[in-house]
Write a protein that binds this ligand. Structure first.
Ligand SMILES: Cc1ncc(COP(=O)(O)O)c(C=O)c1O
Length: 381
């Protein structure tokens, strides 16, 4: 279904629209990579734990990766016993470890102290590993950099090298990049791990290479395939990847409607029925999402803003071929990852509906009701 057809036929707004064709294409790319390299693929559900996405991904992946008990419960419901469930998080609670280890096939503890406290409680069927911080920074913006100075994410590779804990685990987990479009960081990271512990790798069962790579935007997969083959052949490791964004981006779009238009200090303002609270990273990181209608040569510059009372609830200035009018629809493209999962009902503005655009039809998958809002805010007693 074309974007124009979606705009014309969508029964309600604002709405996230899942494009089935695009999402399946992302999954097929990973499936081919899985066949070519022998790596195992997990969907990192933190990017969007929506059940339809999980069910769509399930036939193409070897399992899911999670970061909390709630994610583990949900992933487990969808997997229904058919796939691996990997967990890593700095925030394991003592009262959750029993259930976590009952649900998760693999747990990568985030620190030596976390391992010390919780590994003895992990059940026999859980394969225990450690997340390591290889101390290689590839991300310039420290807000996204797992290897930033004084990072909280993973065991310092130098500390691990000197610790005997490496002899008591079955796997390692690394995750060092954000939205990477080439494999150079991965190859450098693997090289460093080999340099430090090639004598230990053969004793491990698995290596989880994390997420952060946009596999569908990288044309040449050969360096990845070669690296995975080497890890498998040289050390007998099961190699996992756990992409999030690469599975749902491109493919999920946010459709909004113009509620009001006016001029302010010489700029045209268009107020939308969505807000940055439906895509909070726009505000958190001050980035401007791509807009389907934006025309770089368009004469009509317009500031798209959200409909809440926050002054900074602004998506940014876009150019249009013709002026926007009340009732027009606009589409933020490829905004499925880390948007709805972080969204709130600030100002009492409802969350967007969710639709699936399949072959020629739009199907409503979710409508958040006033009851859901009320339930969130009414005290239990
Ligand atoms: C440990 C871990 N694995 C996987 C992911 C998924 O990353 P992405 O959605 O960028 O592929 C993240 C994202 O923050 C992560 O922290």
């Amino acid at each position: 279904m074309t974007v124009q057809a979606i705009k014309n036929n969508l029964p309600s707004s604002p709405a996230f629209v899942l494009n089935e064709v695009e999402l399946i294409k992302n999954l097929e790319i990973l499936n081919i990579l899985r066949q070519q390299s022998g790596c195992k693929v997990l969907y990192s559900i933190k990017s969007l734990p929506f059940s339809t996405v999980l069910a769509m991904a399930k036939p193409f992946v070897d399992g899911f990766s999670v970061s909390s008990l709630f994610e583990a419960r949900l992933a487990n419901e969808i997997l229904a016993g058919s796939g691996s469930l990997h967990l890593t998080t700095p925030g394991i609670r003592p009262d959750e470890i029993d259930e976590l280890s009952a649900l998760c096939s693999h747990i990568s503890f985030n620190s030596l102290t976390q391992h010390q406290r919780f590994a003895p409680g992990a059940q026999a069927q859980t394969s225990v590993g450690l997340r390591i911080n290889p101390k290689l920074s590839f991300v310039k913006d420290d807000r996204f950099n797992p290897c930033r100075k004084s990072s909280k994410l993973g065991v310092d590779i130098d500390a691990l090298w000197q610790s005997s804990t490496i002899d008591n685990i079955q796997g390692l987990h690394i995750h060092t990049v954000f939205a990477a479009t080439d494999f150079a960081p991965l190859l450098k990271t693997i090289e460093k791990i080999k340099l430090y512990m090639s004598d230990k790798l053969g004793k491990l069962a698995w290596l989880n290479l994390g997420g952060g790579y946009l596999f569908n935007q990288i044309n040449d997969h050969r360096p990845f395939i070669k690296a995975v083959n080497q890890l498998k052949n040289d050390f007998g490791l099961d190699v996992y990847i756990e992409p999030g964004k690469a599975i749902i981006d491109p493919g999920i779009h946010l459709v909004a409607t113009v509620l009001d238009c006016f001029a302010s200090d010489g700029k045209t303002i268009a107020v939308l029925d969505t807000s940055v609270n439906h895509n909070p990273e726009v505000f958190e990181y001050q980035w401007q999402p791509a807009l389907y209608e934006h025309d770089a040569h368009g004469r009509y510059k317009t500031l798209l803003v959200g409909g809440t009372c926050l002054a900074g609830d602004v998506f940014g200035e876009y150019s249009f071929a013709k002026p926007l009018a009340v009732g027009d629809r606009v589409v933020f493209s490829n905004v499925g990852a880390y948007s709805l999962v972080k969204a709130s009902r600030f100002n009492g503005h409802n969350l967007p509906d969710i639709y699936l655009s399949g072959s020629g039809q739009l199907k409503q998958l979710k409508h958040y009701t006033y009851q859901a809002y009320r339930e969130q805010w009414l005290a239990d007693c």
